[in-house]
Design a binder for this molecule. Structure first.
Ligand code: IMP
Length: 448
């Protein structure tokens, strides 16, 4: 069986966790291939809310192996917290049993967090992501495979500590990194995670050869891609389909499906241009923020909100070639009189349908909207009832009132991608799948 990719189609926080969680039921491997604990995935099952940063979302199924892949940067201390919380909830300790850390992944150390904390431009999550990728690109970083070799090498430890201290001083951070604390940090990582550190690319390749289903789980979103996003207001990794297999250590030929996850509107955290941005103080922007509870899972920062942007979505499809679109948080739009979709930009008096390359140009773009009739606000129970009826009676999107169906069809035709699932609430059951589509299967019970 092949690999499937799940990607954020916007600026992150699209609700990938829920889609991945649904698909993981059919998979025996869930692999994170880039990013680190700048990601935040929320999974809601019944009364339990799980916030994950590095552990792949497939964790809720005990048949699913979990990989923190080659392309990732991993903070072992945050991983320890996540695993402890998981243990508290379930009694399970998956590390080394079904959770594996790639030997090729890079280690986020206290130095990287301190360095990232000095960022004043991008509005990063401050988790040390950029500095860790920078060390990797400069070929001075420490990968998990390297720890055992360096931990007893006093000369190497001292050279690393000196380099880190010097770099911190260049951004005005006066803290010094000493080689003994570096040594004890690295020793702790080995003691705590040694049995989980594996050649995970080889393991995933074997699983695929054995006919198993593998889920490649993206973090952040297409517009935050280092090469294709709204540079420089982007993350430090390739968030796109092209890196899904590379960052997992397998070849692209394995991929059959690539799902793009988009909210029914748009949000963005951090700095950078956002053409359809609305005010958070009033009107629909405030409605989206309040009803959608738009606060970052990782940093708790309020997310900026705006209408759905088809120019951005088409750009994202150009890069990723989605085979299906998952529209999330449609319920949040309930209660708004009218809904807008941005179908083009006006820049310097001209209408354009392609995103300009520079953030300066993008900041000058004004959205061109088409307007649709709104639909009433419903309770979560009412949405779940609609989703259940769609599932039980096999009616797909026909379970929706006409006005919603038309809105979905319009997104589909503007994006040129079939919509395969629509999220109508945070609960695992609160999704309506397209009839006969890849999400059209009964929702499973959580194994915790
Ligand atoms: P970094 O990834 O921490 O370096 O942050 C770079 C930019 O990406 C900032 O604007 C962050 O707010 C944004 N960002 C990073 N991770 C996420 C995410 O998972 N969701 C949404 N935005 C993110």
């Amino acid at each position: 069986m092949p690999a499937s990719v799940v990607l954020g189609a916007q600026w992150g926080d699209e609700g990938k966790g829920k889609a991945i969680d649904q698909l993981a039921e059919q998979s025996t491997w869930a692999v994170r291939f880039q990013g680190g604990n700048n990601a935040g995935h929320t999974i809601v099952v019944g009364d339990t809310t799980l916030k994950l940063h590095q552990i792949p979302s497939g964790v809720t199924y005990d048949h699913c192996n979990l990989v923190l892949g080659d392309g990732m940067v991993i903070d072992p201390w945050v991983l320890e917290e996540e695993l402890d919380r998981w243990h508290e909830l379930t009694g399970e300790r998956p590390e080394g049993v079904r959770l594996f850390i790639s030997e090729r992944a890079s280690v986020i150390l206290p130095f990287h967090r301190l360095y990232d904390g000095a960022d004043k431009v991008v509005g990063t999550t401050g988790r040390g992501i950029g500095p860790t990728y920078r060390d990797r690109t400069e070929r001075v970083g420490i990968r998990f495979a390297d720890i055992a070799g360096i931990v007893d090498d006093e000369q190497a430890l001292s050279a690393q500590a000196q380099r880190m201290t010097k770099q911190l001083s260049t951004v005005g951070v006066e803290e010094a990194i000493d080689s003994s604390s570096l040594k004890s940090d690295l020793q702790w990582i080995l003691d705590r995670f040694g049995t989980a550190i594996k050649p995970t690319g080889v393991m995933v390749d074997i699983a695929l050869r054995n006919g198993e289903n593998v889920l490649l789980e993206g973090a952040q979103g297409a517009m935050l891609d280092i090469d294709q996003g709204t540079y420089p207001f982007v993350t430090s990794s390739v968030t796109s389909r092209a890196n899904a297999t590379h960052g997992a250590g397998i070849h692209p030929g394995h991929v059959e499906e690539c799902f793009g996850i988009t909210k029914a509107y748009t949000t963005r955290v951090g700095n950078g241009p956002f053409p359809t941005e609305l005010s958070l103080e009033e009107g629909p922007g405030q409605h989206m923020a309040q009803i959608g509870n738009e606060y970052g899972t990782t940093t708790g920062r309020p997310r900026r909100t705006g209408w759905l942007d088809m120019v951005a979505l088409r750009e994202s499809n150009r890069i990723n070639g989605y085979t299906g679109l998952v529209v999330t948080k449609l319920d949040v739009l309930g209660g708004l009189d009218e809904l807008k979709i941005c179908v083009g930009y006006e820049m310097d008096g001209k209408t354009i349908h392609v995103m300009p390359t520079t953030s300066e140009d993008l900041a000058r773009c004004k959205p061109i909207y088409e307007t649709h009739v709104g639909f009433p606000s419903l309770s979560l129970d009412e949405w779940i009832e609609m989703a259940d009826s769609s599932r039980n009676e096999g009616t797909g999107f026909d379970a929706f009132p006409d006005v919603i169906k038309q809105y979905i069809e319009r997104i589909e035709s503007l994006a040129g991608i079939p919509v395969v699932s629509v999220g109508v609430g945070p609960d695992r059951r609160a999704s309506v799948a397209s009839k006969g589509g890849p999400f059209d299967f009964p929702s499973a019970e959580a194994t915790f």
